[in-house]
Design a protein around this ligand. Structure first.
Ligand code: ATP
Ligand SMILES: Nc1nc2c(ncn2[C@@H]2O[C@H](COP(=O)(O)O)[C@@H](O)[C@H]2O)c(=O)[nH]1
Length: 184
């Protein structure tokens, strides 16, 4: 199998990680790695497309490359998910929390490009979640979680490694992503 890249998109909740992953899939023909979670689907989310939605019991049976607890739910990704894209000759794109991004960087080294998303005004994050249709109770729980607070900032382990993209304006973000991908 040719050595391909995996683009890891991490950053604050609501900063646009899923939107960026979808764009990289469509514009650069990347393979979107679908990860596993025990959290319930949000309005409009589909099993096998947005996530593999699991129970605690089904999650425990998976052979995962890494897993985390985020806002009281479990999340995890597998080597098989990465291999799907690479076997087709595609680069992968995956959406992870910052802990997952650190693990990927440590495990896969130069094969990993980490992109950390942020916004200039943090108040935009809750508004985007609300505009996305998230339930108000889910937004409140998310904003209170320690993982949400942690992922507002680039962790020290990713300083000098992650490419930071301020996703305030979508047109500007697309230009930055294009520059970043074409440099690889
Ligand atoms: N540059 C932007 N300007 C305005 N809205 C945006 C921008 N980028 C993304 N959005 C919107 O913000 C909302 C949150 O984006 P998205 O779901 O991609 O975030 P996320 O980081 O994956 O969130 P979470 O971690 O909560 O799953 C979506 O409705 C998306 O369309
Ligand atoms: N380390 C991992 N993080 C993951 C994985 N799948 C998703 N995520 C991240 O979890 C939080 C919460 O996701 P949400 O969809 O409930 O908002 C977010 O930061 C995702 O990027 C995974 O397999 N491993």
């Amino acid at each position: 199998m040719a050595s391909k890249q995996v683009y890891v998109i991490c950053g604050a909740a609501g900063s646009g990680k899923t939107t960026v992953a979808q764009y990289l899939r469509e514009r650069f023909n990347m393979h979107r790695v679908v990860t596993h979670t025990t959290r319930p689907p949000r309005p409009g989310e589909r099993d096998g497309v947005d996530y593999h939605f699991e129970t605690a019991a089904s999650m425990a049976k998976l052979h995962l490359l890494e897993s985390v607890t985020y806002d009281q739910a479990q999340y995890g990704s597998s080597r098989e998910g990465l291999a799907e894209g690479w076997q087709r000759g595609q680069d992968d794109v995956i959406v992870l929390d910052t802990q997952g991004a650190i693990t990927y960087h440590q495990a896969l080294g130069d094969q990993v490009t980490v992109i950390f998303l942020t916004v200039s005004h943090l108040a935009a994050l809750a508004k985007r979640m609300s505009d996305r249709g998230d339930h108000q109770a889910a937004i409140a729980a998310r904003l209170k979680s320690p993982e949400y607070r942690r992922d507002l900032r680039l962790p020290k382990e990713l300083v000098g490694i992650a490419r930071v993209v301020v996703n305030d304006d979508w047109v500007t973000t697309k230009q930055k992503l294009g520059q970043l991908i074409n440099q690889k």
